[in-house]
Design a protein around this ligand. Structure first.
Ligand code: R5P
Length: 299
């Protein structure tokens, strides 16, 4: 029997996972961690082991990434103590992954620290989704981490749109151009990117578009929408360049502060994300990708 434990950030995937296992005719127990908070806000967790010791863990580390990270470490060490073998984790959203290099001397490379800590707590293999990797990531190649792409979910979604020959796919920076190229390739479209300069944690400047977008419908695709400012600046530039309709898409919709409000007011045609992080625009379900990988791992 396959035993899967869902940590607090992945509760919304419960029914989707059960449906996918049912469709695949596979017996699996999907259950939840018991989680309580002490009065001082420290966490109590218990892994229910009545049905067996789980060897699959699913977690999304947003919102409250610090709490979710501590919960994850408590769960993994507990599983290790309980004798879990070949522990496989799915981090649909891996927190702290965006700082993947040291830009200023003395900075913590949080991606590397988080991954090392997770693997030290007993993971055999981890799956992440469109995680922020720019170029060759040393940490990803050093550990048994598989970076899964959600591009096919977006391709299926946009395939049903009419007049697709008028569309162009744009990434709001060169880092996400690879995702844009793969989506464009699936849809037989042209891909381009805008140039982005990050001014600080919240602000960016978007300039230049690598392809002609005048009178085109544009799909913007990125890995993460956080403050939404990257998307909003890109939308402004595209409008200046005379595009028709704008469709905004991203794997992880964090929508911090008033990002959603601003995007809703930005006069865009559509907003779509996956459910790696729960939000009201999470129309694409990653459970089928998880179940496929679990089945492969069992064989
Ligand atoms: C950064 O390089 C990522 O690909 C995203 O563009 C970025 O994380 C989006 O952040 P925000 O929504 O805060 O502009």
């Amino acid at each position: 029997m396959i035993n899967i434990i869902l940590l607090s950030g992945a509760q919304h995937l419960h029914k989707y996972l059960e449906t996918e296992f049912y469709k695949s005719n596979i017996d699996a127990n999907v259950y939840s961690v018991e989680l309580k908070f002490f009065p001082d806000s420290e966490q109590y967790i218990r892994i229910p082991i009545e049905k067996g010791i789980p060897n699959y863990v699913i977690q999304s580390m947003f919102d409250n990434p610090d709490k979710k990270f501590v919960e994850t470490i408590l769960a993994l060490y507990t599983l290790k103590d309980l004798g879990a073998k070949n522990l496989v984790c799915f981090f649909t959203y891996l927190a702290y992954a965006r700082q993947d290099r040291r830009i200023k001397e003395g900075e913590a490379i949080s991606q590397s620290i988080i991954v090392k800590t997770l693997f030290n707590s007993g993971i055999e293999k981890a799956f992440v989704f469109d995680v922020h990797i720019r170029g060759e990531s040393e940490i990803i190649s050093k550990f048994n981490i598989i970076n899964l792409s959600c591009v096919n979910l977006f391709a299926d979604y946009f395939r049903s749109f009419k007049n697709r020959e008028d569309f162009v796919v744009i990434s709001p920076d060169e880092g996400s151009f690879d995702i844009a190229k793969r989506l464009a390739n699936e849809l037989n479209l042209i891909a381009g990117y805008t140039k982005k300069k990050r001014l600080d944690g919240s602000h960016v400047k978007i300039s230049d578009i690598s392809v002609d977008v005048k009178s085109k419908n544009v799909i913007i695709i990125d890995d993460i929408i956080s403050t939404g400012n990257t998307m909003l600046e890109t939308i402004d530039l595209l409008k200046e360049r005379g595009v028709k309709d704008i469709y905004v898409s991203a794997t992880h919709g964090l929508f911090v502060n008033d990002a959603l409000k601003k995007l809703k007011e930005a006069n865009i045609k559509d907003l779509v994300t996956t459910n790696t992080v729960l939000n009201e625009f999470a129309k694409l379900d990653v459970s089928k990708i998880i179940v496929k990988e679990i089945i492969n791992n069992e064989n």
